[in-house]
Each structure stands twice: as C-alpha cells, then as structure tokens.
Design a protein around this ligand. Structure first.
Ligand SMILES: *Cc1c(COP(=O)(O)O)cnc(C)c1O
Length: 360
C-alpha cells in the first residue's frame, strides 16, 4: 500500500490514524458484531457515538452551554437556504461577498429575504478580504453573513467584521477546527465537514440558542428547521451515522494532538513554509494579498498556463496529487488542512524548487 500526499480542497485527506481505526472497527464495532453503517441510529451504541462526538467537539471549541450543536445533512450549500429561513424576522440581511461560496449563499438568501451586499472583493478577483471595520450594517439586518475562509481563492478574514450587534452567520467549512475560535462572537457558524473533519454529507452547525426559534419562514421544509433538528438532537430522521462516527474519531485525534491551539501552531508552520517559498521564488507566486492569506488553501501560479499544467502532471507523478486550482481560477492550489503533515508540505516545496531550477 502506498499513500500519496493529497492536496485536495474537498473531500480532503483525513488523518491516517483515524482511517486505520475505522478500518479496524469496520466489521465489528467494539464488540457489537456489526459496523457503524449497519447500526440503528436509535441504538444505545449510536447514541454514545453522536453524544461522544458532540461532547468532544464542545471541549475542543469551548462551546458555551447557550449554543446548540447540530449534525445536519444537505451539505454546506443547504445552509445557504436554511440560514435565511431560520433567521429572517425583519426581512433584511447583510452579506459580505468574498468568493463563490458567499456569492452563492447571497443568491440563495435572496429567495427568502432582502439581501444587501455591504462589501465585496470581486473587483480584484476575490484576492483579498475587504476592510470590515466600519461597514454600513443595517440596524434591522437579521444577520451579517460571511464565508470566513474562501476555499477557492485562498483568503481568510484577518479579523471578524464589526456587525454592530447584529448576529454573525459564518460558513467556516474550510477552516473548521484549524485554529481556536471564540464561539461567542458568532450567532451561527457551520461547516461542511468534508474539508477538514470527515466524509462528505454532514454539516456541523453551532447555533446560539435564542436564534433557534419556532417563528421561521412559514414554508420551511421540516428538515431545514433548526428547531426541529435541535429538539430531536439531530435525530429527527436517520442522520449520516457513518460521517458522525468518523468526525467523532477526528475530534478525538485533534484532542490527542493538543487541541486547536496546537493545530494553529502546526498549520501556521506548514503554511509559513509554503508562503515563504512563494515569496522568494522566481517562478511561482501566490495570488492572494499577504494580509488575507488562508492557512488552509494556498493558490499559486507560474504565470504560464502550459507550465502550470506540466507542473500539476509532474507533481502527481511524484505522489503530490490534486494540486490543480479551481476551474474558476486556474493555476494551482494546495489545500493543507489539519490532516496534511508538515512533511507533505516539505515534499511539495522541495518538488517546486526542483521544478523551478529546471524551468525558471
Ligand atoms: C465546499 C464548500 C461549500 C460547499 O459544500 P457542500 O457541502 O458541497 O455544499 C460551501 N462553503 C465552503 C466555504 C466550502 O469550502
């Protein structure tokens, strides 16, 4: 067996230790004689799995008791609709548009509420995060929406926007659990877990209790009502049991490896290695303004599309895979989530140096 260094943006690499444990428990989960995939979601065993996952997550993120944790389906994209459905009271919401995902979220919200796009970085192909220190937040805005780490463009908010007391709703899919987080600054934060925590098909949402209400958009499908999901402890219907289980293992792995402060340190070291090289390379350059750089997704180009293609192909042959940039941006993108070891980034930089020596 040989494993590659997988730089995929999502679904993305998982810790090898977690995969090994899942493999070992595949046929007989802890003496039950069955796999987690074959288990009733109403069984005692699964109850332990989902409650254990939530408890570990609460510990990792220091989630206050006044916040609910929900395990939801439909991917991050489903929350683009669920957010306006659950939060609209005054009928207006403010969106900061920093890339494709925020753009899509705003377009979806427009079906349910009035959307003000109060800031955008579209003018420079989303290569920076706009100044959010004094935005024209509507005093009646039901929420202010951001995508905190922009997976495609490789930007991350250097600090959270000032929302003038309005609840902040944040898509944190591609930075989930990559660094410590002050949950109390958010009304709701949510993540599709396939970027940094588990298999596709599960969303973790952390929502301030007072925002989980009965008086929501009248035609909200029952599955999209946070109240329904919270009252049923995420078991209104059959959840993605397998993904909940794997996430639980990943949360344990994070805890064992020092929690989110240790992750940030690791991630800063990994990203630093790659950015430092990009800043001095005579062939490759990063595409993002330094102050807005993501720790998780690092886009870069040579400036020559043919050479980019050659690089991606040769890197793959050397066991460094999924380095192709998003189709809307081109070039390369290295996604270096929690599960990517430092050695993986070292191997990438070494390969880039060799490629540079050959082609610069
Ligand atoms: C991948 C991604 C999404 C979409 O996730 P799905 O689970 O496929 O709907 C949304 N937002 C961000 C920031 C992402 O990285």
């Amino acid at each position: 067996m040989s494993r590659v260094y997988n730089f995929s943006a999502g679904p993305a690499a998982l810790p090898e230790e977690v995969l090994r444990q899942a493999a070992a428990e595949m046929l007989d989960y802890r003496g039950t004689g069955m796999s987690v995939m074959e288990m009733s979601h109403r069984s005692k065993e699964f109850e332990n799995i989902i409650e254990g996952a939530e408890a570990t997550l609460r510990e990792l993120m220091s989630i206050p008791a006044s916040y609910k944790v929900l395990f939801l389906q439909g991917g991050a994209s489903q929350q683009f609709a669920a957010i306006p459905m659950n939060l609209t009271r005054n009928g207006t919401a403010d969106y900061i548009v920093t890339g494709q995902w925020a753009k899509k979220a705003a377009a979806e919200a427009e079906k349910y509420t009035k959307v003000n796009r109060i800031a955008s970085s579209a003018d420079k192909i989303f290569s920076y995060i706009p100044d959010c220190s004094d935005l024209p937040v509507d005093k009646d805005a039901d929420y202010v929406y951001i995508c905190q780490n922009n997976t495609i463009y490789g930007t991350r908010y250097p600090q959270l926007p000032k929302t003038k007391g309005r609840p902040l709703a944040a898509d944190v899919s591609s930075m989930f659990l990559s660094e410590p987080v002050d949950v109390e600054k958010y009304g709701v934060l949510y993540a599709g877990v396939q970027k940094n925590a588990g298999p596709a098909g599960l969303v973790v949402a952390v929502i301030r209790e007072d925002l989980i209400r009965e008086d929501i958009w009248p035609n909200t499908p029952v599955m999209l009502s946070w109240k329904t999901q919270a009252d049923a402890k995420s078991l209104y219907n059959t959840p993605n049991c397998w993904a909940v289980y794997i996430c639980g293992l990943v949360f344990e792995w994070l805890k064992k490896n020092g929690g989110l402060a240790a992750m940030r340190e690791r991630n800063e070291k990994k990203a630093g290695l790659l950015y430092d090289y990009l800043d001095c390379s005579s062939l490759f350059r990063g595409t993002v303004e330094p102050a807005s750089r993501s720790l998780m997704n690092v886009p870069f180009v040579t400036g020559n599309e043919e050479l980019d293609k050659t690089f991606i192909k040769e890197a793959a042959a050397a066991g460094l895979v999924n380095l192709k940039g998003h189709r809307t941006v081109g070039g390369m993108r290295a996604s270096i989530y929690n599960a990517m070891p430092y050695e993986g980034v070292e191997a990438l930089v070494k390969f880039m140096k060799e490629f540079e020596a050959e082609h610069a």
